[in-house]
Ligand binder design. Sequence first.
Ligand SMILES: [Zn+2]
Length: 102
Amino acid sequence: MSFEAELEKGEFSIPECRSCDMVIWPPSEFCNRCFGPVSLRRGEFEGKVIEFSRQDNLYFCLVEFEKDVRILARTSESPEIGKRVKMSRCGISNGSYFFQVS
Ligand SMILES: [Zn+2]
C-alpha cells in the first residue's frame, strides 16, 4: 500500500518507518535513514497553518502536520497563521496531488 494509492482514494495517511518510527516525508517506500520498510498511519490529523497566500478568491496555505509533514493545501476560508486545520479533502487530480483543509 503506497501513500499515492491511498491518496488516489481520497485517504490521507502519514508514512512512517516501522524500524525507527521516523515520519517519512516526502513519501517514499523506504526509510531514508535506515532503509526500513514504511507503513502508513491513518487518522484524523490536525495541522497548523504556517504561511498562506491568496490567488483570486482561493487561499493556499502551507500546513504543517506532525512537525515533519508540510503540505500546500487549499482552503475556502480566510486562513490565519497558527490556526489549527483538518484535512477535509485530498486526492490526485490530473496527475498532481491536491489537498484541502478547513
Ligand atoms: Zn527508519
